[in-house]
Design a binder for this molecule. Structure first.
Ligand SMILES: Cc1cc2nc3c(=O)[nH]c(=O)nc-3n(C[C@H](O)[C@H](O)[C@H](O)COP(=O)(O)OP(=O)(O)OC[C@H]3O[C@@H](n4cnc5c(N)ncnc54)[C@H](O)[C@@H]3O)c2cc1C
Length: 381
């Protein structure tokens, strides 16, 4: 089905993104896999091409685009090559950017946004801790005031870009007597004494991106690095998770639908019992189901994106889009592996990598269970 939410400008931007993917990422993908990192050269190249500061005002070096569809286009094109690319770039350009633009002081914006746009300052966001991620309000990292500074102690885990980031937004407890209303956001610059990174975590999939544990021991953060108001951090995160979740939904579908298209080509060529694998009725019907489920999910996500454009998208609808597309993505990719047979289990085939890459989409940025919790609460349950 033809999608109707994009205009000529979005499609021209899509061509720019595709060119970047084909010229810069595709030839370097094996290197990124071996390094477990996207590489600073890629961040700088993205900065040069204006791909990192889409939503950042022009006076700080961004494009000042007030239209989330451009970020969706970028996420879709990156995910078509590898899911890790849309996730590590998405964390920086789509998730962290709104915190910096909406909540930072003028001095903070001057300090961080120009480097954010050029790729000289790579960012991450640290919410999840070893003790738990779903119950964000129970986080244990503390920040205690000491004169004009704050002293941070604790750790974060599974942090995307955690190994390469120059600046991490860290959620820490500033009031032990309160749960959600006792959390504040701090911008931790990673050269600060008391900041340490663990190794790059060995993930099941998405080897092109770095994911790390972060440790804070008596880390002194000046008040000038507090993001927004004290004790408002949880509310800030909840407000901005809507953007993260709809971006994730767009990436989930683009990733799965690309591999499905490649699988369709494969099953037309691959022969068994003297005929193409795709022509067996069982497989033909399975593919018909997968294509239908991808397109139907796309229609819902596109409607959500249009609501995001007009500022009407609710957290509940974003939660529906996130869990449903994660489910559809995983179902599609599992079936694609099956249709490839033994080759589908070999890492040299894109379908195999895509299958392992996708598994996390039902877990991160709010698991499917937590998304259903959000929806269930809205049903008055
Ligand atoms: C590759 C990767 C990248 C990530 N990147 C980041 C990042 O950049 N920044 C960041 O802060 N975090 C990041 N995360 C963390 C991610 O958001 C968490 O893993 C996720 O929120 C789940 O938290 P948890 O792993 O602690 O699981 P837990 O919270 O321990 O949950 C375990 C299981 O219990 C279920 N569960 C929990 N509560 C309920 C409930 N009320 N009802 C039903 N089931 C429930 C969960 O759904 C899950 O299945 C990343 C994770 C991964 C794997």
């Amino acid at each position: 089905m033809k999608r109707t939410l994009f205009n000529e400008d979005h499609e021209a931007f899509r061509n720019t993104c595709r060119t970047f993917v084909d010229r810069q990422l595709r030839p370097n993908q094996e290197k990124h896999i071996a390094d477990h990192a996207f590489g600073r050269d890629m961040w700088l190249e993205m900065g040069k091409q204006g791909l990192l500061g889409l939503n950042i005002p022009e006076e700080y070096g961004g494009s000042g685009v007030d239209d989330p569809r451009f970020a969706v286009v970028l996420a879709e094109e990156l995910a078509k090559l590898a899911f890790a690319y849309s996730s590590c770039v998405g964390i920086h350009a789509d998730c962290v950017a709104p915190y910096l633009v909406d909540l930072c002081t003028e001095e903070q914006k001057q300090r961080w946004l120009p480097g954010f746009c050029t790729g000289e300052l790579v960012t991450a966001i640290g919410m999840t801790e070893p003790s738990g991620g779903s119950d964000l309000a129970a986080l244990k990292t503390t920040a205690v005031r000491d004169g004009d500074d704050w002293i941070l102690n604790g750790s974060k885990t599974f942090i995307t870009n955690g190994y390469s980031a120059d600046l991490v937004l860290v959620a820490a407890r500033t009031d032990k007597t309160k749960k959600a209303r006792g959390i504040t956001l701090f911008a931790v610059e990673t050269g600060m004494p008391g900041f340490e990174r663990g190794r790059k975590l060995d993930k099941v999939g998405q080897p092109e991106s770095d994911t790390a544990e972060l440790f804070f021991s008596d880390l002194r953060v000046p008040s000038t690095n507090v993001i927004g108001e004290i004790n408002q951090g949880f509310i800030y995160m909840m407000e901005r998770l809507v953007t993260e979740r709809i971006g994730a939904a767009a990436g989930n579908l683009s990733h799965a639908r690309q591999i499905l298209a490649e699988t369709l080509d494969y099953v037309k060529e691959r022969k068994s019992f003297g005929q193409s694998v795709g022509s067996f009725q069982a497989n033909k019907f399975r593919l018909a189901e997968l294509v239908t489920s991808g397109e139907v999910a796309q229609a819902f996500v596109d409607a959500c994106i249009l609501q995001q454009v007009t500022g009407e998208l609710s957290a509940v609808d974003a939660a529906k889009a996130k869990w449903w597309t994660a489910q559809v993505q995983n179902e599609i990719l599992d079936a694609c592996v099956q249709l490839y047979g033994g080759y589908g289990y070999m890492n040299e085939y894109r379908v195999a990598r895509a299958w392992t890459d996708a598994r996390v989409s039902r877990i991160w940025a709010g698991s499917n269970e937590i998304m259903k919790e959000v929806i269930g609460r809205d049903l008055g349950l």
